[in-house]
Design a protein around this ligand. Structure first.
Ligand code: NDP
Length: 259
């Protein structure tokens, strides 16, 4: 996806994927500096681990406590988190988050990034629905202590009902990844057509949750643009260049269809 953007823009750059575990992360980072890399993307399990090696953190990366993009400039390393930003950018094509009541299913890394970015972008209230109470309540505390948004926790019980004040519902769990028939266990009758229903799952993009929500007349948003946007934002962080996202989207679709 990143190389599709580089090729389309005629950029003299490569995106190399390397498997690096936490135990060799510091060596890999020193290598990246030594080889004059612009920076690197960072995925699980290194998103938190990498922070100890950085000189500076962007505001939201600091609040989220995780980094998915590192910029190397004059030997200095700055960490960013573009996962939540990518989601908010995709959502902004449909609606503004300002003043909105957002309900998130999940309280893991994706939910954390989206909740923090949405709160920093002016969301009024964030409800977190999660099985693991400790994780859900920790995220509520994080939002209330670091942003102006209000936050509350709902324990995920069987067929959990979505609060009627919800304006945007986001599935930020891994339910639906590589499984077109999997759907979060929520009371679908609690959804109403004024709600926007979003999913972070990029593959398959049209998850069962989105298909069922669309049948109810809800506006839906899939996870494909979130993934493309975070990639495009990473390229901007490294090169200061805004790239065309269509070739990135096309290459992702090709990769997913081949799978
Ligand atoms: P984590 O492992 O950090 O969190 C997973 C979350 O899903 C947890 O809150 C977990 O609940 C919940 N969960 C998992 N299974 C169930 C279930 N059966 N019922 C209820 N809750 C469940 O993962 P991430 O947050 O990092 O990733 C989540 C998804 O987001 C992944 O599928 C990933 O592909 C996607 N993603 C998409 C991106 C994009 O750009 N489109 C970017 C980043 C992630 P509990 O805490 O109770 O265990």
């Amino acid at each position: 996806m990143i190389e599709a953007a580089y090729q389309n823009e005629g950029m003299n750059a490569r995106f190399i994927t390397c498997e690096v575990g936490p135990e060799t992360l510091s060596h890999a980072i020193n290598g990246a500096i030594a080889m004059g890399w612009k920076g690197f993307s960072c995925s699980l399990p290194n998103k938190q681990e990498v922070i100890q090696y950085l000189d500076d953190l962007d505001t939201s990366a600091q609040v989220i406590g995780a980094v998915n993009c590192v910029v190397i400039k004059e030997g200095k390393l700055t960490g960013y988190n573009t996962d939540g930003k990518g989601f908010i950018e995709a959502l902004c094509d449909i609606t503004s988050v300002k003043g909105k009541h957002i309900t998130l299913l999940g309280a893991g890394g994706a939910a954390r990034a989206i909740a923090v970015e949405a709160a920093l972008a002016g969301a009024k209230h964030i409800t977190l629905v999660n099985r693991n109470q400790e994780r859900g309540e920790a995220l509520v505390k994080l939002i209330e202590e670091n942003t102006k948004a209000k936050a509350s926790f709902v324990k995920w019980t069987k067929h959990v009902s979505i609060e009627s004040e919800t304006e945007i519902l986001v599935n930020a769990t891994s339910i639906g990844l590589n499984d077109a028939q999997a759907i979060p266990d929520i009371d679908m009758d609690s959804l109403h057509k004024e709600m926007i229903i979003a999913d972070v799952i990029p593959n398959p993009p049209e998850t069962k949750l989105l298909r069922e929500a669309a049948k109810k007349g809800c506006t839906t948003l899939n996870g494909l643009n979130m993934l493309v946007n975070q990639g495009a934002q990473n390229i901007y962080n490294w090169f200061g260049k805004k790239v065309d996202r269509e070739p990135m989207k096309a290459s992702l679709k090709e990769i997913f269809e081949a799978k």
